[in-house]
Write a protein that binds this ligand. Structure first.
Ligand code: ATP
Ligand code: FE2
Length: 340
């Protein structure tokens, strides 16, 4: 009997919105074969976009090679190339987009530009099995409460100034904490907060469904400089306050939409205290609590790969001449053709 040969389709995705350069490879069925991340850690201070972009350009070929090796496929086996088209830092986005365009043109295969925020939601759904959740997406650059309605991921609430993860990162830097490879500032704050006992009052700012963290950050930093409180107690109080704020907004979105799942995604989703707060409100509303595994919580190529497959198989492709990066591409601008 003649054996029927089946050819699998593969997508390679590139993530480069901020400090990480990452390449993911997945089958069209959602089997993630590789997810290689190279993080840029600045010698001191915050991320300088051009320095991060230079890092991305330097590591790109190494990360690509490692991803192909892990996936056990060759570039010629790929069917499409996906890349983070925005939102993010210009120089970083442009470096990833250049690599993606070069690969797609060389291989003669379609290019798919992906919205980074949509990708955080889609990888969360893939990895947890959530179908139609209220999503709390919290990272270094974004703080968004969202749910799907009429063809788009609608924004129910968001930050009016800085993102929650950025608030934790700046506080940690002001406190002179050190970031080690593979250990983000948020995780350092989390460890210290576990030892904190005293709840210090900090500004709690929820305006309607929106949030503000900058006044709170200034207040926490001023208290830190005064030196009257233990760092553990300040970390604990900071976490309790900012996490309560996002939990309040998520709960209201859940009550309003009556969805039956809550998904926690983005880099800050790795935080155990935040997970427990969101789990509690999910249970109170008879909703299932879903949290993205930490490998896929931080910025990663696999989320771009998977969203690229969803988009491409539902009619989305990005011609090279329209593949310019979009620094402020908002979540609800994206037509989500693959969800009904
Ligand atoms: P985006 O472009 O989506 O805003 P990003 O570049 O900030 O993403 P992510 O990897 O999604 O990248 O998120 C990084 C953030 O997650 C940082 O602010 C980091 O401190 C925070 N973070 C990581 N682990 C933890 C943790 N355990 N607790 C709290 N925050 C965490
Ligand atoms: Fe991100």
């Amino acid at each position: 009997m003649k054996r029927k040969r089946t050819f699998k389709s593969y997508c390679l995705g590139i993530e480069s919105t901020a400090d990480d350069f990452s390449v993911g490879i997945s089958t069209f069925g959602g089997e993630i074969l590789a997810n290689v991340v190279s993080a840029y850690i600045p010698p001191e201070g915050g991320i300088h976009p051009r320095e991060a972009a230079r890092h991305h350009a330097e590591v790109a070929s190494k990360v690509l090679k490692e991803a192909f090796k892990k996936a056990g496929i060759k570039p010629q086996n790929l069917s499409i190339i996906a890349f983070s088209q925005g939102p993010g830092l210009g120089p970083c986005l442009r470096t990833g987009a250049t690599v993606a365009r070069a690969l797609a043109s060389y291989l003669g295969i379609p290019l798919v530009g992906i919205n980074h925020c949509v990708a955080h939601i889609e990888i969360g759904k893939l990895k947890t099995g959530a179908k139609d959740p209220v999503t709390l997406y919290v990272s270094g650059g974004n703080t968004i409460v969202s749910a799907f309605d009429s063809g788009r991921y609608r924004v129910f609430g968001e930050t009016l100034d800085i993102a929650l993860g950025n608030c934790l990162d700046v506080f940690a830097r002001e406190a002179g904490l050190r970031q080690r490879v593979g250990e983000p500032f948020g995780a350092v704050v989390e460890k210290l907060a576990e030892k904190g006992k005293r709840l210090i009052s900090l500004p709690y700012t929820v305006k309607g469904m929106d949030l503000s963290f900058s006044g709170l950050l200034t207040s926490a930093t001023n208290l830190l400089k005064k030196g009257e409180y233990k760092l553990e107690d300040l970390c604990y109080s900071l976490q309790e306050t900012v996490f309560s704020m996002v939990t309040e907004v998520t709960e209201r979105a859940l009550a309003h939409t009556e969805k039956k799942e809550v998904l926690l995604t983005g880099g800050v989703a790795a935080n155990k205290r935040l997970q427990s707060m969101i789990k509690t409100i999910a249970e109170e509303h008879d909703a299932e609590f879903c949290v993205v595994p930490s490998e896929f919580a931080i910025d990663n190529g696999a989320m771009i790969t998977w969203t690229g497959i969803l988009a491409y198989t539902h009619g989305v492709a990005t011609p090279i001449q329209k593949s310019f990066v979009k620094l402020r591409w908002r979540l609800e601008e994206v037509e989500v053709t693959w969800v009904r």
